[in-house]
Design a protein around this ligand. Structure first.
Ligand SMILES: C[S@@+](CC[C@H](N)C(=O)[O-])C[C@H]1O[C@@H](n2cnc3c(N)ncnc32)[C@H](O)[C@@H]1O
Length: 354
């Protein structure tokens, strides 16, 4: 690979965000309710329909959805979406028309799948967590499938182009995706390059199940495999060594902070990863990193506050960009490319193993 490493110096404008801090009480309250509206419409399949065709015939939608569906509830949630300005109700309230603001919300819906679908139990239970009445992982859980699904939605909406551009410069035959979620990314990447193979590893049973479905729907069962596995077992306990012997390129998105959680194993993580994938010469790694000076910012971007709070509640420390780069260097992984990767404060590195 001959790319020169030119670290970007200017952060994308949307990483600072436009939501004011301090947040007004009205904004905070309405934001909470509005987030549940987005997630509900997404789960009902309304956002998929509006993404395809910006006019939704509500009566027909309810009829198509089946006899169990409660029309009154669907209409009330759409009415709330109209109050938020995301749809306009026309034809005496029988047609929902997507607005420009609604189009942007559809594009970013993965954040709401992540927050409302994935972490609402944790956020709602934070007081019980603080008082010791509840423990994360025992009585308070995140919904792993929703976390993976939200990530996958964001990938499709606004990250795929950046990754495809980066991978165009990477020559691979067998690529592994660590923390592959619903295996959407590994399927897309392998599907686009004839003759290649892919392996998705994810700790979550429900996400791996969704992964099998994604792979089957893409018709890639002969070339892509989704395996339920803890990447830390692969690194530290030599699990799944046969499956990974062929892997020449390793990618991982939005998982590294979990793998780096334990301060004891953190300094060696990338060295162990290199040992676990002995044939891999290229590592394409992306993660969301700690925002510089978060407490003094006068505006908030999407996602960052939720990401920081959720991980603080789970006891998973986050790290600065500098820390990641020090850890890469300690494992002799050299960045040949660094790009901003969609979600605020997320960076994607192409690293060469030397
Ligand atoms: C935020 S999601 C990202 C999913 C996917 N990489 C994407 O970007 O769409 C993190 C994923 O890592 C998985 N995960 C967390 N810890 C893991 C571990 N130790 N080994 C393997 N997968 C893990 C989770 O189940 C989840 O699917």
């Amino acid at each position: 690979m001959t790319l020169l490493h030119t670290p970007p110096s200017v952060l994308p404008a949307d990483w600072y965000g436009a939501a004011p801090a301090p947040i007004g009480v009205d904004q905070a309250f309405n934001g909470y309710v509005a987030a549940t509206v987005v997630h509900t419409l997404d789960r009902l399949g309304v956002l998929d329909r509006l993404a395809d065709e910006p006019r939704l015939d509500i009566t027909k939608f309810v009829l198509d959805a089946g006899p169990a569906v409660r029309e009154r509830v669907v209409r009330e949630v759409l009415r709330a979406a109209a109050v938020c300005g995301w749809v306009r109700l026309e034809d005496d309230g029988d047609t929902a028309v997507l607005t420009d603001a609604g189009r942007e919300t559809v594009r970013m819906r993965g954040y709401f799948t992540w927050a409302v679908g994935g972490y609402s139990e944790l956020f709602a239970g934070a007081a019980r967590l603080a008082t010791g009445e509840a423990t994360f992982g025992a009585d308070l859980l995140r919904d792993e499938a929703m976390v993976a699904l939200g990530s996958g939605q964001n990938d499709r909406s606004f990250m795929a182009g950046t990754l495809d551009d980066v991978l165009a410069g990477v020559d691979f035959r067998t690529i592994a995706d660590l923390g592959s979620g619903i295996s959407a990314r590994v399927s897309r990447v392998v599907g686009a390059r004839p003759g290649t193979r892919g392996l998705g590893l994810d700790i979550s049973g429900p996400a791996t199940e969704l992964g099998h479905r994604t792979i089957a729907e893409a018709g890639l069962e002969d070339r892509v495999r989704a395996v339920q596995a803890d990447v830390l077992d692969v690194c530290h306990r030599e699990a799944h060594r046969d499956a990974i012997a062929e892997v020449d390129t390793v990618m991982s998105f939005f998982l590294l902070h979990d793998l780096l959680a334990d301060p004891v194993t953190r300094p060696q993580l990338f060295t162990r990863l290199r040992e676990a994938f002995p044939a891999a010469r290229t590592f394409v790694l992306a993660d969301t990193m700690l925002r510089p000076d978060a407490e003094h910012s006068t505006s908030l971007p999407v996602f960052s506050l939720g990401y920081e709070l959720a991980h603080a509640l789970m006891g998973v420390p986050l790290h600065t960009k500098e820390t990641y780069e020090e850890l890469f260097a300690a494992a002799d992984l050299h960045p040949v490319r660094t790009v901003a990767f969609g979600t605020p404060h997320s960076w994607l590195y192409v690293l060469e193993a030397r």
